[in-house]
Design a protein around this ligand. Structure first.
Ligand code: BEZ
Length: 211
């Protein structure tokens, strides 16, 4: 059964390259990203895992823990990490779940047999501090993901969880936000002391409130 936005992120216990974890305990009280890759020792996956290691300070700054998963076994992950470090000029700094019995892959519906047989597709789940799923993404094996986009989404999710705003197309941290339609103009004046611009009654921009 597919996991939808707002669902509880299923919990599991798994072996990882950094030891056994209970997923919810490992997440703790912060944000998390669980992402799958199809197969160890493959080119696109190597660039993806290396990229995430390189930008891990950005995730840390935002209080986000990252964990990868594929159906490859532990010895494969451990050997492949050397290749990731060597070819991507980085040091792996987050765990990879070994899921040869497909427990996590099945729980999170990461195997799409009509796309690739017996391997996980490129799934992403962003999980909030309340352990609810805030974002899902599914990419084919042929397309490496844009992890800067995940940072952008995290910025939006964290902002909109605290303020009555939404973020427009292609928004980036620091840019103007949209006041959510449920907020009337009188309340908006209270909530957004920097003011707002009304383009249409339903389209009102305000400077990013936490800047
Ligand atoms: C890759 O990471 O390059 C890849 C993995 C599985 C299938 C196709 C490509």
């Amino acid at each position: 059964m597919a996991i939808r936005l707002g669902d509880d992120a299923p919990n599991f216990t798994a072996e990882t390259t950094e030891g056994t974890i209970n997923f919810h305990e490992w997440l703790g009280s912060g944000w998390g990203i669980l992402f799958s890759h199809p197969k160890d020792y493959t080119p696109v996956c190597t660039t993806e895992l290396g990229t995430v290691a390189k930008i891990s300070p950005e995730f840390k700054k935002r209080g986000v823990k990252v964990i990868a998963v594929s159906v490859d076994p532990m010895d494969s992950h451990k050997g492949w990490i050397n290749d990731i470090n060597e070819t991507q000029k980085t040091t792996m700094n987050y765990p990879i779940i070994a899921d040869p019995d497909k427990k996590v892959a099945t729980l999170y519906d990461m195997i799409h047999p009509n796309a690739i047989d017996n391997m996980t597709v490129r799934s992403v789940f962003i999980i909030g501090p309340d352990k609810k799923v805030k974002l899902t993404l599914t990419y084919p094996a042929s397309c490496g993901r844009n992890f800067d986009e995940l940072l952008r989404v995290i910025d939006s999710l964290q902002l909109t969880s605290k303020y009555k705003v939404a973020t427009p197309a292609n928004w980036k941290d620091g840019e103007d936000c949209i006041i959510t339609p449920a907020v009337g103009d009188a309340e908006a004046q209270q909530l957004f002391p920097k003011g707002f611009t009304t383009v249409k009654p339903y389209l009102r921009y305000t400077p990013q409130p936490n800047r």
